[in-house]
Ligand binder design. Structure first.
Ligand SMILES: C[S@@+](CC[C@H](N)C(=O)[O-])C[C@H]1O[C@@H](n2cnc3c(N)ncnc32)[C@H](O)[C@@H]1O
Ligand SMILES: [Zn+2]
Ligand SMILES: [Zn+2]
Ligand SMILES: [Zn+2]
Length: 445
């Protein structure tokens, strides 16, 4: 491990890293910025993508020698290429949409000696996009964007530190409240917040998968395990508890089940009903909260499934009781959730520099596990919603009180082929700690 001393505090973070492996590697001077949080030299800073125009970490960029341009991994997602270089065990491999060849991220290209600056410095400097020309004079983002600090900025400096703290704590999640006492949260507010998000959620899902399969977490991590536990559903009467946009209900109906979906958001249910109108799968949908399923008789269903819902359910104990009531004797209740230990909003989750795409550089620390609390959070386009953290003990106790035995617990890990295909999303992420947990329970009383 490299120990900092005052003499080298201006040296580039990445140059120093490489120098540990290649003793004659020159350590360049770096610039320190808040968006990076480490010193970085021009070569190891950010480059501008010729397609989307966004700046990205050099690890997330590749160079096409034919086009003499740089592109990013967000415009052309890479696969994982296992290889040992410097301190790394894999590179990002890009299938070039222009020349058809395979290119690699600029970190690995530098190792191979095929970084644009290594193959032809003058040409690279002259012909690659103007931002690379300016690289020796690389400037922090605020300066690039010509941002000036105003008196309001000075006054809201306090907020900057708060934002920074949030970035340290959870990466892409936005936090909009302190960790509140669960009892103090108004139930109608939890519902209204979902109601307001239904449309946003639906349009986000529609762009995420044409196959109506949910987001990448569902497609790659949760659903393979969930579907495996659920098994053959032909002829079963199933309740999808907290069905949201209804993708799982439709998926199960296509496999031959008679599916009923329930959600407390009317907007979601209206959408599910309109989908059913368009494509008749025999699904029925009802607006109801899981803690009051009185619209259903006792022992109506063979199976109840619930996919990432209980993190959002305030009255979880009463909801388990209601699910138990509507389930037949020995019927199964299979539900996934954010993992109470590792899928937590109070987890310290930090990657330096911040723009670094590689998960293996992430530090994950968990704290305050026993403090079951509520917090308003948002991610992507989703506006703040209430989430409720609970311990495994609390869930296990509530299940027992509702007449369930837990017959299996699975902490899903994606398959190797999926990691290879989605390295930025999956590599060194879900096999370090499970973000999700799936319970199979059986009604015994
Ligand atoms: C994270 S979404 C998951 C939706 C869907 N199961 C899926 O996997 O796409 C959580 C859903 O739970 C619903 N929900 C939260 N609390 C509920 C409650 N008490 N009763 C019924 N639905 C609830 C929300 O409206 C939302 O649709
Ligand atoms: Zn450097
Ligand atoms: Zn791009
Ligand atoms: Zn190319």
């Amino acid at each position: 491990m490299h120990i900092y001393d005052a003499k080298d505090e201006q040296s580039c973070f990445y140059c120093r890293k490489i120098n540990e492996y290649e003793k004659d590697y020159p350590i360049r001077k770096g610039v320190f910025t808040l968006d990076n949080y480490v010193y970085r030299c021009p070569l190891h800073s950010q480059y501008k993508c010729s397609k989307c125009g966004e700046f990205h970490h050099f690890n997330w960029m590749y160079y096409c020698p034919e086009e003499k341009k740089l592109f990013c991994g967000s415009c052309n997602p890479p696969t994982l290429h296992p290889v040992e270089f410097f301190d790394r065990t894999y590179a990002y491999k890009f299938k070039c949409t222009i020349c058809g060849e395979e290119h690699f991220d600029l970190y690995f290209e530098e190792y191979k000696g095929t970084h644009p600056f290594e193959i032809n410095q003058t040409e690279a400097l002259e012909t690659i996009i103007s931002d690379v020309k300016q690289l020796p004079h690389w400037k922090p983002k605020q300066v690039r964007e010509g941002k000036k600090i105003s008196i309001e900025d000075v006054i809201s400096k306090n907020k900057l530190f708060k934002d920074l703290k949030n970035e340290f704590h959870i990466g892409s999640l936005g936090i909009y409240s302190e960790r509140e006492d669960i009892d103090q949260i108004n139930f109608d507010d939890t519902k209204n917040k979902w109601e307001q998000n239904a449309e946003i959620w639906i349009s986000a899902y529609d762009t995420m998968s044409e196959q109506d399969e949910g987001d990448l977490n569902r497609q790659l991590v949760i659903d393979p395990v969930l579907m495996n536990l659920i098994g053959d559903v032909k002829g079963l009467s199933i309740l999808d508890a907290g069905c949201g946009n209804g993708y799982l209900a439709r998926k199960l109906a296509k496999l031959g089940a008679k599916v009923t979906g329930v959600d407390f958001s009317k907007n979601f249910i209206d959408y599910c009903k309109s989908r059913e109108e368009q494509e008749k799968l025999g699904c029925k949908f009802f607006t109801a909260s899981l803690d009051d399923l009185s619209i259903f008789d006792e022992e109506s269903f063979d199976l109840v499934v619930s996919n990432i819902v209980f993190i959002d359910v305030k009255n979880y104990e009463q909801s388990f009781s209601e699910i138990s009531r509507v389930l037949k004797q020995n019927g199964r209740f299979i539900w996934s959730n954010l993992h109470p230990c590792f899928g937590r909003i109070n987890q310290f989750n930090m990657k330096l520099p911040f723009d670094n795409p590689r998960n293996e550089d992430k530090i994950i620390i968990f704290d305050r596990y026993f403090d079951s609390r509520a917090k308003l959070i948002s991610w992507g386009k989703i506006k703040p919603i209430w989430q409720f953290e609970r311990t495994l003990t609390e869930y296990s106790k509530a299940l027992k009180n509702a007449g369930f035995v837990i017959t299996e617990i699975v902490e899903p890990k994606p398959e190797i082929e999926k990691i290879q295909k989605h390295p930025k999303f999956l590599a060194f992420e879900y096999e370090r700690a499970p973000t999700f947990i799936i319970f199979e329970c059986q009604k015994i009383k």
